[in-house]
Every structure is written in structure tokens, then in C-alpha cells.
Design a protein around this ligand. Structure first.
Ligand SMILES: NC(=O)c1ccc[n+]([C@@H]2O[C@H](COP(=O)([O-])OP(=O)(O)OC[C@H]3O[C@@H](n4cnc5c(N)ncnc54)[C@H](O)[C@@H]3O)[C@@H](O)[C@H]2O)c1
Length: 388
């Protein structure tokens, strides 16, 4: 199959991610079947798409005719899985993050879809290779990791499982470009793929700072906001939800290193029901959807340079483990998946390795976490020659 053969895409699940994926595929001109288990879920998904298209028309970004065509012709909401996938060339799954559910969905999809259809999962944490065991012809099975909200975030990680072929990965890369997104290939199916993995040690740092209790969270957030981040890292944890934050740390503790385990402060907050924005109280108090944060004072105890050093150190590991094809791919992932102004390799190209090493050694000694230990290629600066 090649890109010209792709006419219809089926999206299974119409929730937060599924309806966004259906929308961007339809905006690229594809016929899109959006499947869910109940009409009310489909109606909610369609309402989300309608609202987003209205906004785009209002801003003059797309013509009103196109929005009408998408809603009336291209999008086909259905509860019938067979009708959705039997004539689709690509099937993208976005059902809840439960392994048995994903496997049972793909067992059915594999029985109902054409034998050469590309099958992709939007999982953020599960093994692509394991989900692939549910399908016939696992060489056409891949991860296709969109970021939230799908209509605004450009990055899509295209993840190869053990059996996925390069041809199918390349075709999914082309489809991703056609729907106006920026694909980055993930060559190995490892926890966190590229972008979330690179953020993981900084999440462990936040955890350690809270448990140590010396740096007021608002002072680190104030320092990070000054670098241009729209939200400080603690505010972001509250925004996402401390339960989700802890769940992510737990996942990395099981798959990467026990040092990621959620700490005492986070656990106490979750036990009290202080989950962040959604409950009105987390690390900060929240009023009318906004965190109440006094950012008048910035800490100098932990600096943005130290957070950057941690990010680079993990990016070096991702490169050395062969998860990303190039440092350019890693930087593109960070820019488009985290809305950073530049990736760690670009920023650190002009930083003295001794400064990076000193930052990492300091954090390692202070918090006793080996994940902060500098990689040899950071210490000697040879990371600057990766791929050259
Ligand atoms: N929300 C995020 O920020 C985010 C980001 C990246 C990836 N993901 C991943 O995307 C996937 C979906 O997440 P979400 O946030 O959209 O979840 P969601 O709960 O908002 O939506 C899931 C949808 O799947 C439907 N569904 C459940 N069982 C189904 C079945 N058997 N067949 C068809 N539809 C079914 C549900 O009714 C619901 O509408 C998960 O794997 C998640 O890890 C989420």
C-alpha cells in the first residue's frame, strides 16, 4: 500500500484523543469513521469537533464550506466496528489505557479490517509489541502517539514494535505529515517513548524537592516561568492532576528505575483528595481554573540550567539506547511535544560540559538519586558530536 491508496481512516474511541484525531484526519480530506460504544459518547465527540471547527472558521483558518463538508460528509460516527473498519486502510485506536481492552479491540479490528490495513495505537504507556500480539500480521502494527490537545499539538511519535516493518512505519510517517502533524520515529518500544521519557527525571526531581521540603514550589515555578515556560512545572503537575502525575511516576518506577516512585508529599496529598486543579487544591490552591501562585520570589537554590542538564542527560540516554534515529529527532520531539523553544541538544551545543556535569553532580549528591548521574558523553562533551 502507498499513501495514494489511503482514502478512509477509522478511529476507535471518540474521547479526549479520539475525537481530536478524527478531526485532524478529516481536515486533511480523509473519510473518517469514528467509532465508540455508545451514541452519547459519539455525540460528545462530535460536539467537540463542531466547537473546534467553529473556532477555526471564526478565526479564518479554514473556510466555512470545508467545516460543513467535514461535519456532513467526511466524518462518519458509528457504534458499528465492522462498518468503521472493514473498508479502512488505516485504523487508529484511542480507547482507555487498559491492556486487555486494547487487545480485545485489536483482536476484533484484526478480524474485521482488510489484512493489509495499518493498525495503530495511541497508547501513551503500553508496550506496542504486546498489544500487537492480538493481531494477525503484526508487521503492520505501530504506535501512533498524539499529544493533547490533538488539534493544537503538532507532534506525533511513530513507534515501531518488535515486528513492525520500516515500510509500514514510513507510510504512517507520510500519513502523519499529510494530516499536518510532525512525525518523529521511535525506533524502539521503550517506556515513555522519546518525549515523555526525557521529561521523566525532571518529574522525579519535583518529587524529591517536595519531599525535601526546602524549596517552596512557587519559587521554582517563578524561576522556570522566567525562561518562557507558560506554566511552572509544579503548576503543570497540578493542572494534569497529582493522581495522574503519581501514576506516571509509578509506571516509570516499575519500568525504568525504582527511584521514580512517588514520594511522601504527593501520596499524602492524593490521600487527602488534593489532586490539583480538578479538586481546587493540590500543590497550590486553584480558583476559577487558575492556580493561586505568588511568583514574586524566585529560588536560586535549583536553577533552570540544572533542569536543562537533567533533560539533556536523559536525552543522551535515549540516543545511546537507539530509541531515536538522531539528535534532531529528539530536539524536534521536545519542541513540538512540549512546546519548548528549542531542544536540549540545540541549547546545550553552546554550554560548557563542566557546567552540565557540575549541575548533575550537585543534584545527585543532594537527592541521592543515581538517575541524575552524568552520562560520560555529557561529562566529556562528546554528546555534541552525536551523529557527526
Ligand atoms: N488524554 C491524554 O492526554 C492522552 C495523550 C496521549 C495519549 N493518550 C492515550 O489515548 C488513549 C485514549 O485516551 P483518552 O484520554 O482519549 O481517553 P477517554 O477516556 O477520553 O476516551 C476513551 C474513549 O474510548 C471509548 N471506548 C471505551 N471502550 C471502547 C471500545 N471497546 N470500543 C470503542 N470505544 C471504546 C470510551 O467510550 C471513550 O469515549 C489512551 O490510550 C491514552 O493513554 C491520552
Amino acid at each position: 500500500m502507498n499513501i495514494a491508496d489511503v482514502k478512509k481512516i477509522a478511529v476507535v474511541g471518540s474521547g479526549a484523543m479520539g475525537h481530536g484525531i478524527a478531526q485532524v484526519c478529516a481536515q486533511a480530506g480523509y473519510t473518517v469513521a469514528m467509532q465508540d460504544i455508545k451514541d452519547e459518547f459519539l455525540e460528545r465527540g462530535m460536539a467537540g469537533i463542531r466547537e473546534s471547527l467553529d473556532f477555526l472558521v471564526g478565526k479564518g483558518k479554514i473556510p466555512a464550506d470545508q467545516a460543513k463538508d467535514i461535519l456532513e460528509n467526511l466524518l462518519q460516527p458509528t457504534t458499528d466496528l465492522a462498518a468503521a473498519v472493514s473498508d479502512a486502510q488505516v485504523v487508529i485506536e484511542a480507547v482507555p489505557e487498559i491492556m486487555d481492552l486494547k487487545k480485545s479491540v485489536f483482536k476484533n479490528v484484526s478480524d474485521l479490517a482488510p489484512a493489509d490495513a495499518i493498525l495503530a495505537t495511541n497508547t501513551s504507556t503500553m508496550s506496542i509489541s504486546e498489544i500487537a500480539t492480538a493481531v494477525e500480521n503484526p508487521e503492520r502494527f505501530l504506535g501512533m502517539h498524539f499529544f493533547n490537545p490533538v488539534n493544537r499539538m503538532k507532534l506525533v511519535e511513530i513507534i515501531k514494535g518488535d515486528k513492525s516493518t520500516d515500510e509500514n512505519a514510513d507510510l504512517l510517517v507520510e500519513i502523519t505529515q499529510k494530516i499536518g502533524k510532525i512525525p518523529v520515529k521511535v525506533l524502539k518500544d521503550r517506556p515513555g517513548f522519546i518525549v515523555n521519557r526525557i521529561s521523566a527525571p525532571n518529574q522525579a526531581l519535583l518529587n524529591a524537592i517536595l519531599d525535601e521540603g526546602k524549596i517552596p514550589p512557587q519559587e521554582l515555578d517563578a524561576a522556570m516561568r522566567k525562561t518562557g515556560m507558560p506554566m511552572g512545572p509544579f503548576e503543570l503537575a497540578d493542572f494534569v492532576g497529582l493522581d495522574v502525575f503519581a501514576h506516571t511516576l509509578d509506571y516509570y518506577a516499575k519500568t525504568l528505575s525504582p527511584e521514580f516512585a512517588p514520594g511522601r508529599v504527593i501520596k499524602e496529598k492524593i490521600d487527602k483528595g488534593d489532586l490539583g486543579m480538578k479538586t481546587g487544591q493540590g500543590i497550590f490552591a486553584w480558583e476559577n481554573g487558575k492556580a493561586v501562585i505568588d511568583t514574586s520570589k524566585e529560588t536560586t537554590d535549583i536553577t533552570p540550567m540544572e533542569l536543562l542538564a537533567i533533560q539533556l542527560n536523559e536525552a543522551v540516554r535515549v540516543y545511546k539506547e537507539g530509541i531515536a534515529a538522531s539528535v534532531e529527532d529528539i530536539d524536534a520531539g521536545v519542541v513540538h511535544g512540549m512546546k519548548a523553544f528549542a531542544g536540549p541538544f540545540t541549547i546545550c551545543a553552546n554550554v560548557e560540559p563542566s557546567m552540565l556535569t557540575a549541575s548533575l553532580e550537585k543534584l545527585h549528591d543532594r537527592f541521592g538519586l543515581s538517575i541524575f548521574k552524568p552520562e560520560p558523553e555529557v561529562a566529556d562533551g562528546s554528546f555534541k558530536n552525536f551523529g557527526k
